[in-house]
Every structure is written in C-alpha cells, then in structure tokens.
Write a protein that binds this ligand. Sequence first.
Ligand code: DC
Length: 246
Amino acid sequence: MSLKQEPVITIDGASGTGKGTISQILAKHLGWKFLDSGALYRVLALAAQKHGVAFDNEEALQVLAEHLDVQFIVQEDLSSRIILEGEDVTEDIRTEKIGNGASLVGALPAVRTALLSRQRAFRETPGLVADGRDMGTVIFPDAELKIFLTASAEERALRRYNQLKQRGISVNLGDLIKELHERDKRDQERAIAPLKPAEDAIRVDTDRLSIDQVVERIISEIRVKKAFPAISHWMVNKIAELEIAE
Ligand code: DC
C-alpha cells in the first residue's frame, strides 16, 4: 500500500504570467512550502556558465545537475536566497541571458531526469505549491489541484519591461517580445516535458486580471475541491478559516 503523500497545487505557465508571485502568495496563505522549479534550471545554467560548460553539452550538464551544490534559504515572505557553491546568486540568475540558458538546458532530457528527484523532495508537510512548466504533467501528476496560467506575449513582455524599468534596467520592448516568442516556442515544442496544460488543469487567462484576482480565483477552486477525497484535513480547516475571515 502506498503512503498518502502531502497535497500539491501546481501552477504552470509561460514566463511573465505572474506564476512566481501568485504561487508565493498562495503558499503563504496556506502555510505551505513553495517550489520555484524555474530557479533550479536557472541555477544550472549559471553553474554551466561558471564552469565553462556549453548550454547544449547534455552529458556534462547532466553531471553538473546531479552534483549541483545549491541551497534555497527560505525568507519570511517565502522568497528564497539562492546559494550556488557557497555564493549568493539570487539576483544573478534573473538575467535574460540566464533565462534563455535555462530554457536551453531545460530542453535536454538527461538534465530533466537529473533534476526530477530534487524537485519532488520539496513535497513536504503540510503541502506544496509548485511553480513551473511541467509541474502538473510530469513532476506531480497526482497533484490535488492543477492551474495553468496564460497571458498574451505582449502583456507578459510589458510586465517584464516594467519590472526591469523599476530596477533601473533599460531594455527594448520589441526585443523582449521577440525573445519571449522564441523562448515560448522552444519551451512548447521541446520533445520532453513541453510547456502545456495537464489534461485535468484549470486554465486561467491573466491578461485582464490583477495578481490578487488570480489568487482569489485559485482559492475559489480550492474551495470547490473541498469535496475531493484526497484533500488533507488540514487544508479543509484552512479553507474554513478563510471563509470565516471573509
Ligand atoms: O520560470 P522561469 O522563467 O524562471 O524559467 C526559466 C526557464 O527554465 C524556462 O524558459 C524553461 C525552464 N524551465 C523548465 O524547463 N521547466 C520548469 N519546470 C521550469 C523552468
């Protein structure tokens, strides 16, 4: 008989759909753990760059992924300081170059296999909110609730443009849209674990919704899932608390 595992909510979607922020808010609401799987692929791309490994050298990347010395130090707001080989790389992994590198290394089957158990290890009591591309399809196919977020490339590029501008980084909006299209195409068309909704995922189009509205929408789905037999008692209690607070 298999042991009952901790509940998981998966939030998949392309870059710029707000999945990171939304997953973190949700995890905080629920008091659950949070997995930013994209950060793992980004850290691997950075490690490759650091060690002079090309983004298409599958064999070397597999070894690097298997031995990746990375720590996620969770902060109070559930964001993580990310430490690679003893060095804080939290900001370094957020560049466009490393984002593209992550997309390239993520297209390699041996890399995805090497990172599989590392991602599943985040499934801890009382539950996990997992953010990525293949959380609902490959990593946690038995998740209690699967959300797939969408937004137009233009809207996503604009969000990214504003984020970068706030940080004092100037970029060309047209270039951002072009890069997003290329990255989406690669993530969607790769042979293994492509970016696509799980059959049982609920799609939410975020184009005209604020972050809070998307979170509300997901919480309403959690309520609907109350009847789902595999859901933990803990979660049912938490939902009741949320209802009382309204
Ligand atoms: O979510 P993000 O922008 O941090 O992800 C960066 C890249 O990493 C993304 O373009 C593809 C890859 N990735 C992946 O292949 N599978 C995941 N579960 C998460 C990210």
